[in-house]
Design a protein around this ligand. Structure first.
Ligand code: APR
Length: 281
């Protein structure tokens, strides 16, 4: 483990444009369950996962009913308002502040990266702290709408003040398109990074799980001197892909990632950040 942490620190220091991708695993040490780990939300309640697959269809069919049900039942992950970031989130902030990590693309809707202080953040599956107009894509903080008054006055669903489109939670449901702005920017980041640090995701949900594969396929030209002194150009991988995860994932098994540092993000990421600091002294 120590050797891999040292290797990751050297790779991060050598990188020109490193980005981090995160999933629910980085938030379990803040007390938020993941989905597919041993005590995951879907692991413990497969029926809830089946229902989640129908959520977006139900919203589109009857946004008023969807909102009434939503306001009557707390989210699957419980009340996230009081949950705090953990050492894993703060380690990514430290790596961003030292100029190493240029962007964090997260699948998490818990807003913990934002709370920890990450500046360049793409919330690929949206955020429970926000609402979004499904017509024009405009996002709002939840408190910009008085949802309980709209419920009482039977004025649901909320409507966008700009285009009058229907407003839903910003969280992206299964089957719902990834908002265009985030989808485009995430592809741009995967297209220009030379290091991808993938933390706490089972990497089984698409299109997010495509991002490491898109990066893996990128090749760059490397010139090298042959025995006769003539330089030969060969194509090499353009990106180093590092996983930090409790378990191997399809990215590990398919060789999409270069190496897996197996364990807790809340322990490994701070150790990597500390090793980077020592290298840069
Ligand atoms: N440290 C490192 N890895 C961890 C930790 C931890 N403390 N806790 C859990 N893990 C690992 C689990 O072993 C698992 O491989 O994190 C991974 C979490 O995977 P999932 O539960 O599938 O979560 P995620 O990959 O984010 O799911 C993607 O699926 O249901 C949808 O929209 C939801 O965004 C979510 C998407």
């Amino acid at each position: 483990m120590e050797q891999l942490i040292g290797r990751a620190a050297r790779d991060l220091v050598d990188a020109q444009y490193a980005i981090a991708l995160t999933g629910a695993g980085i938030s379990t040490e803040s007390g938020i369950p993941d989905f597919r780990g041993p005590s995951g939300v879907w692991t413990k309640n497969p029926e809830a996962e089946r229902r989640a697959y129908l959520g977006y269809q139900r919203f589109m069919a009857d946004p008023k009913k969807w909102w009434e049900e939503r306001l009557a039942n707390p989210g699957l992950l419980g009340d996230l308002g009081a949950v705090m970031p953990n050492a894993g989130h703060y380690a990514l902030v430290e790596l961003e502040q030292s100029g190493i990590i240029k962007c964090v693309i997260t699948q998490n809707v818990d807003a913990l990266h934002e709370k920890a202080g990450t500046k360049r953040l793409l919330e690929y599956h949206g955020s429970t702290a926000k609402l979004r107009c499904v017509a024009c894509g405009l996002r709002f903080r939840r408190d910009e709408f008085d949802l309980s008054r709209l419920l009482e006055e039977k004025q649901l669903p909320p409507h966008c003040p700009t285009c009058r489109g229907v407003v839903k939670s910003d969280g992206v449901s299964f089957g719902e398109p990834i908002p265009g702005d985030v989808a485009h920017q995430s592809l741009e980041e995967a297209g220009k990074c030379d290091l991808m640090l993938i933390c706490g995701t089972s990497a089984v949900v698409y299109p997010f799980a495509n991002l490491p594969r898109i990066a893996r396929e990128r090749r760059t030209e490397m010139a090298r001197k042959t025995g006769t002194g003539i330089s030969a150009v060969r194509k090499v991988a353009a990106v180093t892909i590092i996983e930090v995860n409790a378990d191997p994932t399809p990215l590990t098994e398919e060789g999409v990632s270069d190496y897996l540092i197996q364990g807790k993000t809340g322990e490994i990421l701070p150790a990597i950040a500390a090793a980077v600091k020592r290298l840069r002294k």
